[in-house]
Design a protein around this ligand. Structure first.
Ligand SMILES: [Zn+2]
Length: 406
């Protein structure tokens, strides 16, 4: 080992005996700080969950909450082999700092939700500009800005147009939610006479680099359009199943049309983990459940979670080769659940490899070794305290409002 280090002029040598080295995984859609709301309302109808739990809690979020929630998410990603992620949430500069302090690569955007209000649009424009400026001034080169129009039903045409201009001016990725539910599609058709992808095309959004999360309710016409425009379609199988969206992203059809298909966890409130190994498996199973077990084979899932994911985010990584960035994960093949190894890719995708990650390296920096992350205890403690305090503030406000009514 020591000789190997010397021969390659290495600062550090990690003994990877019995492990397989794979490129760091890429989570193409999450809301990292939602780790604070993990388990705060499960098994509920989407509308009740959002209106009764998530939105009231989010209304109480502080910058500190977002920082520690994002740090907790990054810690979980490091522990389960993810080295890059696309994040959409609130307090963009804080999200960027937390990702940077964790040592990961990230493409962050402030969620843009104007609901047709001029006042909200101005506030959203200000915070998007602030995020772009903040990220541009950061050192390290691992964190990048994007723009985050939440969805066709929450952003006005004026909002989309401003975001398109801003993305064009600064060459930013457009990260959005698209055709997540049947209701979104029928409402969009009723209001605009076209489907959500059709509307984005009409607004000129698809001229930009677009990352669209969910894509669970698409027509043949939508699929052809997204293929032509090379829209990256991010499948979030666990979140879709958990929230009962009753639609499955047409992976094979989008791929055949030319749209790169990638993978994401969505936020921890609707998943409830950020383990991309679990997402690879769930994606493959959900595609096969239609009755065709040849759909989304393990190798395609691994490619989507590595090289294709990195390319969709405009990041380096996703391959282990000379000249590539050092984003590498070691998975212990000696564990009971990982033996025997007839096919290493099969074990990685189907045998729960997230639990077997022992080392994570991002941009040449060792973030975890021997299963240990140096500041793990501190991050867990600070984030858990922030989560409990957030929920208490939200419940105190609800009790005060009920008291005022009574
Ligand atoms: Zn989402």
């Amino acid at each position: 080992m020591a000789e190997l280090g010397k021969a390659h002029d290495a600062d550090k040598v990690i003994d990877g005996a019995g492990c397989v080295a794979i490129p760091g995984l890429v989570n193409c859609h999450t809301h990292a700080a939602m780790t604070l709301l993990r388990g705060y309302g499960d098994d509920m109808a989407l509308r009740d969950w959002l209106a009764g739990r998530i939105w009231p809690a989010e209304a109480k979020l502080t910058r500190d909450d977002v920082y520690w929630g994002t740090r907790l998410a990054c810690l979980e990603m490091v522990k389960t082999g993810t080295t890059a992620f696309a994040d959409m949430y609130f307090f963009g500069p804080v999200m960027a700092d937390a990702a940077n302090d964790s040592g990961l690569r990230a493409v962050v955007c402030e969620g843009f939700i104007d609901l047709g209000s001029d006042e909200r649009r101005e506030a959203n424009i200000k915070s998007t500009e602030e995020t772009t400026r903040h990220v541009r001034c950061m050192r390290g080169g691992r964190v990048h800005a994007s723009v985050g129009p939440h969805a066709v039903y929450t952003v006005s045409e004026k909002g989309w147009q401003w975001l398109c201009e801003h993305a064009k001016e600064h060459d930013l990725l457009v990260h959005t939610h698209l055709s997540e539910t049947a209701q979104e599609v029928s409402d969009c058709r009723a209001a605009h006479g076209v489907s959500p992808p059709g509307l984005l095309d009409r607004l000129g959004v698809l001229d930009r680099r677009v990352l669209a999360a969910h894509c669970a309710h698409l027509s043949a016409e939508d699929i052809a359009l997204m293929g032509r425009r090379r829209v990256a379609a991010c499948h979030n199988p666990v979140s879709n199943m958990k929230l009962g969206g009753a639609g499955v992203m047409p992976w094979a059809e989008l791929s055949a049309a030319g749209a790169p298909c990638v993978l994401g966890t969505d936020g921890a409130a609707s998943n409830n983990t950020l383990d991309m190994f679990e997402t690879m498996k769930s994606a493959a199973l959900l595609q096969k459940f239609s009755g065709d077990p040849t759909r989304l084979p393990a190798r395609d899932a691994l490619e989507a979670a590595t090289a294709r994911g990195a390319a969709a985010l405009g990041l380096p990584g996703g391959r282990i080769a000379e000249g590539q960035v050092a984003d590498v994960v070691l998975v212990d093949l000696g564990r009971a659940g990982m033996q025997p190894v007839h096919d290493v890719v099969s074990n990685l995708v189907y045998a729960g490899a997230g639990r077997a990650v022992v080392a994570t390296v991002c941009a040449g920096k060792v973030l975890m070794e021997g299963g240990a992350v140096p500041d793990e205890r501190e991050v867990v403690k600070r984030a858990s305290a922030a989560a409990m305090d957030l929920v208490r503030r939200r419940e105190d406000a609800a009790a005060a409002a009920a008291g005022a009514k009574g």
